[in-house]
Design a protein around this ligand. Structure first.
Ligand code: SF4
Length: 315
């Protein structure tokens, strides 16, 4: 599972144009006001890591794709207070979605997630109405209890999403990323979610060495054919103290250029965008944790690159 933020809030992007289906706009239209995701790290760990520290996917650092709040010893209540400060102050949010982002939230005893959801719902509800829940995990941790639990929470006025870290549907790409699962795990997880009342959003990475030029499009199509209705995109980027950093420093890994990334994402949205909502179009990472490529720090420029390509295909 992978997605970085630094202030405890995910920027769902605020533009209102209709070049493609933006989740931020669909949420605002549905609930009648701005909805902000509040990131929560319960230190779940991941079977592909050694506890919270070592191992894992080649790109994963010690925070397990999250804010690092658990490692800093921040309580769930403090995380929500920090996220809300930004959501209310900067984004003027009127509603929130609780996002159990870090590591693999369905790993370990079910009670850990269930109790955290209950506590977080009460705590966040002191600030704004909680209108949804997003739970990040890996395909081999979509267990029956998790599927039943998410189903039990889903209601028309309460959106429930399972965020599945897939990254690619290319077996060689999965192995190169050291995901520790193969494509059959993804297929089984999606089959288990079929017909359930919650939605599935998949994370996809562009720029995995050795992948086909159109792999991002192939991966998206494969997932959409199996019931996925949301996608988060980002390029493969290098964080400090990861195995990928060693590959990068030795010259064995070369990140995509911004133009190549924009081209690949625009192609997916242009060809398949009617079938899914875009939950993230560019990475949210900056600062000293980011080794390369530095162009991803200019998120607005990345989005503009993608949108300009989409506009050119629709005129
Ligand atoms: S699945 Fe990979 S990226 Fe997600 S927490 Fe585990 S090791 Fe990190």
């Amino acid at each position: 599972m992978y997605n970085l933020t630094y202030n405890g809030v995910v920027d769902l992007t605020s533009g209102d144009d209709c070049i493609y289906r933006k989740w931020s706009k669909e949420l605002r239209d549905h609930f009648g006001g701005r909805v902000q995701k509040i990131c929560i790290d319960i230190g779940s760990g991941c079977p592909n890591r050694d506890g919270l520290s070592a191992g894992g996917c080649i790109f994963c650092d010690a925070s397990g794709g999250g804010t690092g709040a658990w490692l800093r010893g921040e309580s769930l209540e403090d995380q929500i207070a920090r996220g809300m400060k930004s959501a209310l102050g900067h984004y003027k949010a009127r509603f929130c979605i609780l996002y159990f982002q870090s590591y693999s939230a369905t790993y370990g005893p079910p009670d850990r997630l269930v109790q955290a959801v209950e506590r977080a719902t009460v705590e966040a509800g002191r600030f704004v109405p909680v209108v949804g829940l997003s739970v990040g995990t890996r395909p081999d941790l979509v267990s029956p209890w998790a599927v039943d639990y998410l189903s039990s929470l889903s209601r028309p006025d309460f959106q429930v999403w399972l965020e599945l870290g897939v990254q690619t549907t290319d077996e060689l790409g999965l192995a190169w990323l050291r995901r520790g699962h193969d494509l059959s795990s993804v297929e089984e997880a999606l089959a288990d979610c079929e017909g359930r009342p919650f939605s599935v959003c998949s994370h996809l990475i562009a720029g995995i060495p050795g992948e086909a030029e159109d792999q991002l499009l192939r991966s998206a199509r494969w997932l959409l054919d199996r019931g996925v209705t949301g996608i988060k995109f980002h390029p493969l980027y290098v964080l400090k103290d990861t195995e990928l950093e060693k590959e990068y420093l030795s010259g064995r890994f070369k990140p995509l250029s911004m133009e190549d990334y924009a081209e690949k994402v625009a192609k997916v949205i242009d060809e398949e965008g009617h079938r899914f909502v875009v939950q993230r179009i560019a990475a949210d990472v900056r600062g000293e944790r980011l080794i390369a490529p530095k162009w991803i720090e200019d998120k607005n420029r990345v989005i503009a690159e993608i949108e300009s390509r989409l506009m050119n295909t629709t005129v």
